[in-house]
Structures are given as C-alpha cells and as structure tokens.
Design a protein around this ligand. Structure first.
Ligand SMILES: NC(=[NH2+])NCCC[C@H](N)C(=O)O
Ligand SMILES: [Mn+2]
Length: 299
C-alpha cells in the first residue's frame, strides 16, 4: 500500500521540549526502509512547518491554553495533508510531535469519511478542555476538541464543528484521568478501557467486541492514534508524561495486530516520543519496532 509519512515536529501541546525531535530521530533509525520491507511504498513528505514563537508568549491568546494559535495553525495544515492523502488513497502516517496533532489528524479524516471511528491508545484520555485542564497543555485536550467540546478555534479547526461523534471513540489503556475527564466520560458514556479492564476481557476479545460495534454501525474507517505512554512507564523512558501500570510490549503488539487485521485502519498517529528524555534510544527503538510490527500486519 502507499503510505504518506508526515512529520509534525511540535512540542507546544506538551510544553516540554523533546517531542519535536522525534520525526528526525525515526528517520535516522531508517523508518522508511523499515516500513518498505513490508511491500509498502513510502512517500516521505517531510515535516510540517511549525511556527516559531517565544515562550513568554504562550498564554497570549488564552490564559489556560498554551500556544493555542500555533497549535491551530499546525493542525489546520495537518488536517489538509491527511485529507489529501486519503483522497489520493495513500495512508497518512503522522509522526509527532506531541499528541495535540491528534486533532489535526482526526479533522482530516473527518472530511474524507462521513462515518469513521477513532481508537485512541493512551495512558490518558486527552479529553480536557480549557475549563478542566490543570496544566493548560493542549496535548491533554485534542480528543475533546475533536468531539466538538472546548475552545472554539480548536473545535473549528479545518472546518466548523464536531469531527467525530463520542460513540465512535474508543480509548484504550487509560489509567491517569483528571476529575473533569472522569465527569465527561460519565456524561457522554464514553468507551474507555483501562489496562485492567482490557486484561479482564481478554485482549483479542476486547478488540472483537469493538470491531463488532464498529461493523454494526457501518463504519468505513478507523483512525488509530498511538501515544507512546500507552505502554507501561518502565519500557518508555522517552515520553513526557509516563504512567505505570500500563500494558507491556507483548500485550501492546497483540492489540495492535488484532486492530490492524480488521483492515479498517486507514490512518495512524505515533506521538509523544520525547528524544531528550530517552535512555539509550530505547523508546525510539521501540517506536520503530512498533511501526515495523503495525505495517507488517497492514495489507
Ligand atoms: N498526550 C498526553 N501525553 N497527554 C497528557 C495529559 C496529562 C494531563 N491529563 C493534562 O491534561 O495535562
Ligand atoms: Mn496522549
């Protein structure tokens, strides 16, 4: 299959340096040839432009949304890259950057597909808004904005209004939720599966259950958004907000394999690799290994 590799070297959503170096790091580690092994044609489209700004300007537009203008600009361009890739039947593979890029990816997918689902693999739910976030970091918010909740400029990225309906969002691996997020999960009855719940159901079973729901709703495509912190913190030193009690690498691979084998995944993000925090490149190497695994099972 054709794959458009899109780097998004941004750290503004995390407000911590490091994720902006991930696209270059993964290219150094031969991501293109690794994916090519599996009979894919990789078009490396380079990195999106991330506008410079001074740190003292981070609250310029909103007192609890750091770098919101820059994040809106980058995500608008990303959305269009994703949309045009899908229209050309090339799989958009987005390499972050922090997880704020999830908003742009989903927005692009949303213009291409009327009826799609999002599988969000993450230690966090990333469904804060400017009113519930304790950090003001936009990487903790993209999924809320994609569901139409939060600050207008973010909600209306690329085109006006909601990008994905809450019932089509599946959050896997969540184990560090803020109070406002817990309230929203209840209110919208969101599909959230902690590692504990995933193990209890059985990994493949859980995916089958999700796939059944997706098929019942005639979903045409799945966007897979993978945050490195999905994996237990002991395996991923190179991520900005690590959380313990996560799934191990084998379990992660089982999940990814069964998700990908549905043939529904049409786009993917890999985010929150922080090269400055990494130890001996273990997290970067793991990111490569996971991409290798993912695209080996993608037909
Ligand atoms: N994509 C991420 N790593 N998100 C971490 C979010 C952490 C915290 N819930 C916050 O909103 O600030
Ligand atoms: Mn995340």
């Amino acid at each position: 299959m054709d794959i458009n590799l899109i780097g998004v070297p941004i750290f503004y959503g995390a407000d911590k340096r490091g994720p902006e170096y991930a696209p270059a790091k993964l290219r150094d580690k031969q991501v293109v040839s690794v994916l090519s092994k599996h009979n894919h044609k990789i078009y490396d489209l380079g990195n999106l432009n991330v506008p410079e700004t001074k740190e003292y300007n981070k609250f310029y537009a909103h007192h609890n949304l750091k770098y919101v203008q820059q994040i809106v600009e980058v995500n608008t361009n990303l959305a269009h890259m994703v949309y045009t890739s899908l229209k050309a039947e090339s799989f958009p593979l987005i390499i972050g950057g922090d997880h704020s890029v999830g908003l742009g990816s989903i927005s692009g997918v949303s213009k291409a597909y009327k009826n799609f689902a999002v599988i969000w693999m993450d230690a966090h739910a990333d469904i804060n808004t400017q009113d519930t976030s304790g950090s003001g970091n936009i990487h903790g918010m993209p999924l809320a904005e994609a569901m139409g909740l939060g600050y207008h400029d973010l909600v209306n990225v690329y085109f006006e209004g909601q990008k994905v309906s809450p019932e089509n969002v599946f959050i896997l691996g969540a184990r560090d939720l803020d109070d406002g997020e817990k309230a929203l999960i209840k209110e919208k009855n969101l599909n959230v599966y902690s590692p504990e719940k995933i193990r209890e159901k059985g990994l493949e079973n859980l995916v089958n259950e999700i796939v059944q729901e997706i098929k019942d709703r005639n979903i045409e495509a799945v966007h897979l958004s993978f945050d490195m912190d999905f994996i237990d913190s002991k395996y991923v030193p190179g991520t900005g907000t690590p959380v313990s009690e996560g799934m191990n690498i084998e379990e992660t691979k089982v999940l990814i394999k069964s998700i990908v084998e549905t043939k529904l995944v049409k786009s993917m993000d890999l985010v929150e690799l922080n090269t400055l925090l990494d130890k001996d490149d273990v997290t970067a190497d793991l990111a490569i290994d996971l991409l290798d695994w993912t695209f080996k099972h993608m037909r």
